[in-house]
Design a protein around this ligand. Structure first.
Ligand code: PLP
Length: 386
């Protein structure tokens, strides 16, 4: 029996607590960067065990700010995986540097450290490390390469809240690591982001994210000569608002509970799909704690008569929303044409991405919803078996 109502892929999980805190903020007389942003920054840092945190209006802003704060620009190269969201790579272009895309590992689809090592040149300054779907990248070999070649690892932690690698929380180190609070992410402020890392680095990043002005409006509001400011470099407009922080503070209080629910749904999916030869369940390595932002299955082309696109359409007919994470960046028209990539330059990504389907995974999913997803997936697989 198909569902009556469409099951959306990833709606936000918000309650009366967020609504009340946002209303309090709106009534407070201070709606942009101010006391709630400061509190969200310190509570977020404390949650992760990070040295410091900087609230921003997106993860993309955090990645761009990190590059600029590191002084990366024209003449520099930055290595990034091809299987990521476009913004991981777009920001390298914004900084004026050259993105050097590399292929991924077949199981986690994260950066392949051997390919990173092979891509390093005299111009390489940094590596964008994406923790795809919430499964941490293999940090130890990446750190070895970074130390040997004097590179900075910039973590795109958009999916990695909360995740851990060998017992160490992603974003708890000297960083920089950039988190996303976009509407579909594990914690949302509608739009928003947080950069974590070394406090002195974040002081510089804070200035860059506030027009290059030393001291923000709320801090100035409490000083003598509150109208005064100094522009020390042409920065960007990347600050988080207190309305966003109001949502974030309440979401952070619920995060552990929301993660428990994600893991329960993952267990239901794992059990249901364990014996299904038409698809592979997501990889996980023993040394990580997975953030379970995504539950991305991979179809087995040998076992099915239909391709991924048709599989998605059949799930949609059964009123199940899905998504694909991601179309490799090196086949996107801009990057393909600018850098002359051929699809087969990244054979692992090209083998994996046509098989990918991200199934609904969010804390608002009921057991009955999960059962509907399982039934639809197994039914589509069974009716198109080779
Ligand atoms: C969502 C996402 C981003 C961008 O996050 P924003 O907060 O929307 O800027 C970056 N990288 C990855 C892998 C993402 O999924």
């Amino acid at each position: 029996m198909p569902r009556d109502e469409f099951l959306p892929f990833s709606p936000p999980c918000l309650g009366d607590e967020e609504i009340a805190e946002v209303a309090d903020c709106l009534r407070s007389g201070w709606i942009t960067t101010g006391p709630r942003t400061a509190r969200f920054e310190s509570e977020f840092a404390r949650y992760l065990g990070a040295p410091a945190a900087l609230g921003l209006n997106s993860c993309t802003a955090g990645l761009h700010t990190a590059l600029v704060a590191l002084g990366i620009g024209p003449g520099d190269e930055v290595i990034a995986p091809t299987l990521t969201f476009a913004s991981t790579v777009n920001v390298i272009e914004h900084a004026g540097a050259r993105p050097v895309l590399v292929d991924v590992e077949p199981d986690t689809m994260n950066l392949d450290p051997e390919r990173v090592a092979a891509a390093v040149t005299d111009q390489t300054r940094a590596v964008m490390v994406v923790h795809l779907g919430g499964h941490p990248a293999d940090m130890d070999p990446l750190r070895e390469i970074a130390a040997a070649e004097d590179l900075v690892l910039i973590q795109d932690a958009a999916h990695a809240l909360p995740a851990a690698y060998k017992g160490e929380r992603i974003g708890s180190g000297p960083g920089p690591a950039s988190f996303s609070f976009y509407a579909t992410k594990n914690l949302t402020t509608a739009e928003g982001g947080m950069l974590t890392g070394d406090p002195e680095f974040l002081d510089r990043a804070r200035i860059i994210s506030r027009h290059g002005m030393s001291g923000d409006a709320w801090r100035r509001d409490r000083q003598e000569r509150s109208w005064s400011y100094a522009v020390v470099q042409p920065g960007f407009k990347y600050n988080m608002t207190d309305v966003q922080a109001a949502m974030g503070l309440k979401q952070l209080e619920k995060l552990d509970r929301m993660q428990r629910r994600r893991r329960e749904i993952v267990a239901l999916y794992d059990a249901a799909f364990a014996g299904c030869d038409a698809l592979e369940t997501p990889a996980r390595r023993p040394e990580v704690e997975h953030a379970w932002h995504l539950y991305a299955v991979r179809l087995n082309p040998d076992a099915l008569r239909i391709d991924r696109d048709r599989f998605i359409a059949e799930l949609e007919d059964r009123r199940i929303g899905t998504s694909v994470h991601f179309i490799p960046v090196h086949i996107q028209p801009y990057y393909r044409d600018r850098y002359g990539f051929a699809p087969q330059d990244m054979p692992v990504a090209m083998e994996q991405w046509p098989r990918l389907i991200s199934l609904p995974l969010h804390p608002g999913l009921s057991d009955a919803d999960a059962a509907d997803v399982i039934e639809a997936v197994t039914e589509v697989a069974a009716s198109h078996r080779r």
